[in-house]
Ligand binder design. Structure first.
Ligand code: ADP
Length: 470
């Protein structure tokens, strides 16, 4: 549940990022437009103010000439005020007398008489843009003021329009981004739904034709996983079929032995059938043992369930030789061991199974009077193990197949399941070792040579293993 809560949505993140970026960009451009327009409108206002001032100056000079009688009432009649009410102006003469003023203008100068051009002043209680200019003959000076709130009106209107635009279009843009992202991410949903809708045994590759490039690696990885699962399933089905087939044979033999025992006419016949029954049970037990061993090794394909540790191969070989001495003796075989110390890194239980299978085969496939030689030694920092016999041998053609599961050389005299060598090969693989099969002792028989690599630290890997027929 914690992971569910921590999961984030790609679509939400994309929409959020896109909207944030769009809003930030929009805000930036709106501010730029606003500042630009504000600057230009101020320039335009200044220009108009300047032109008005000049015009008023000319008008005033003309008026003065007409009256020619000197200073009169220093105020214009508000009814004839030539300027809109928001602008105020004063006309001063060169002696500092106020000759005319608009109805809203104060009696005191807006700016000091010496200042010329544009400036700022407080007029009618607000900040105002001012302009001061002299007539060409420098007899009259005009001081004109325009309150800022009037000028800011245009800027306010523009800001209002921009805000209205944002309020209308940003939600629309948000919806559009949401819809487009949904459309763009649809292939992911479709692929996920297609995979989720599958039944557990539907392991065909996921279709990637309509998927975007970005999804291709994920689909490829998924398809590789499906391929591996298909292979494993196929292997397991084959194994189960083969195993049940193989188990049927010894069970049938046990049944026959029991029937023979039941029909025995005297104790000697019953004892003989009992011996056969015992042999059949032993064979079944061996087969089951091998099947279990194989299943156990197969369950750890990467060797991660198998414990690797430093082991002396010589000690293991000597122990297995001793365990098989009785069987060799019963078959009148000469079993010799040359078990030098050979430290390798390996899994003791699995290596014991490997030795048991090889020595067991050597004894079973060597006729009475033959020889079995076991040896091990250190080689290039690793170890080398040899199991050789003077038995029936394996033809060159058959050598290529003996490591296959359930394969038995046609006409094999000794009973068996065809699993021993495939188990041996799997164990060799787990140790990153190499197994070779060749000619045995006295120009006949079989020789298995296993070469273990130098152990790099604690564990031996499963890489680089192989089986070879020489
Ligand atoms: P099994 O011995 O149970 O049949 P294996 O996988 O151990 O199965 O061996 C596969 C086949 O290889 C055997 O059927 C046998 O013919 C042959 N084989 C194995 N080891 C030897 C050997 N030492 N000498 C001769 N043939 C052998």
């Amino acid at each position: 549940m914690a992971t569910e809560a921590a999961r984030w949505s790609l679509r939400h993140r994309l929409v959020g990022l896109l909207l944030a970026a769009t809003t930030a960009l929009w805000l930036l451009s709106a501010l730029t437009i606003y500042w630009d327009a504000e600057r230009e409108s101020q320039e335009l206002f200044d220009q108009t103010l300047q032109e008005t001032a000049r015009l008023l100056l000319v008008l005033s000079e003309h008026e003065l000439e007409e009256r020619a009688a000197g200073p009169t009432d220093p105020a214009f009649d508000s009814g004839t005020d030539p300027e809109p009410h928001y602008r105020s102006f004063q006309i001063w003469n060169d002696r500092g007398h106020l000759l005319y003023r608009s109805s809203t203008a104060p009696l005191t100068p807006l700016q000091p008489a010496a200042s010329e051009g544009f400036g700022w002043a407080r007029a009618q209680g607000t900040l105002a843009r001012t302009y001061v200019a002299w007539s060409p003959a420098r007899r009259l000076q005009i001081q004109i003021a325009e309150p800022m709130p009037h000028r800011s009106e245009i800027g306010r209107q523009m800001a209002g329009r921009l805000a209205l635009f944002a309020l209308t279009f940003l939600p629309l843009l948000g919806g559009l981004v949401w819809w487009l992202t949904r459309r763009a991410l649809n292939p992911i949903l479709t692929t996920a739904q297609a995979v989720a809708a599958r039944s557990p045994d539907e392991l065909a590759a996921v279709e990637s034709a309509d998927a975007p490039n970005e999804l291709a690696p994920l689909i490829a990885a998924l398809n590789r996983l499906l391929q591996r699962t298909r292979d494993t399933l196929a292997r397991e089905r084959r194994f189960t079929a083969d195993a049940s087939h193989e188990l049927r044979t010894p069970l049938a033999a046990i049944r026959t032995n029991v029937q023979v025992m039941l029909r025995a006419r005297n104790p000697a016949e019953a004892a003989e059938a009992g011996q056969d029954l015992l042999a059949s049970v032993d064979r079944s037990a061996r087969l089951i043992d091998q099947l279990l061993g194989l299943a156990r090794i197969d369950a750890s394909p990467e060797g991660n369930q198998v414990r690797f540790a430093p082991i002396d191969m010589g000690r293991l070989l000597a122990a297995q030789a001793a365990a098989h001495a009785g069987a060799a003796q019963r078959k009148h075989l000469a079993l010799s061991v040359d078990a030098a110390t050979a430290p390798i890194c390996g899994a003791e239980e699995e290596l014991t199974i490997l030795l048991r299978n090889l020595i067991d085969n050597a004894i079973r496939y060597t006729p009475a009077g033959g020889r079995v030689v076991l040896s091990c030694r250190t080689l290039d920092g690793g170890g080398q193990l040899t199991v050789a016999d003077s038995g029936v041998g394996i033809s060159k053609e058959a050598r290529a197949r003996i490591f296959e599961r359930f394969y038995r050389v046609p006409g094999s005299a000794a009973p068996g399941s065809g699993l021993g060598l495939s188990i041996a090969q799997r164990i060799v693989e787990l140790h990153g070792a190499r197994i070779e099969v060749g000619e045995g002792l006295d120009g006949r028989g079989t020789r298995f040579v296993i070469t273990f690599p130098r152990a790099p630290g604690g564990t031996a890997g499963a890489a680089g293993s192989s089986a070879a027929a020489t």
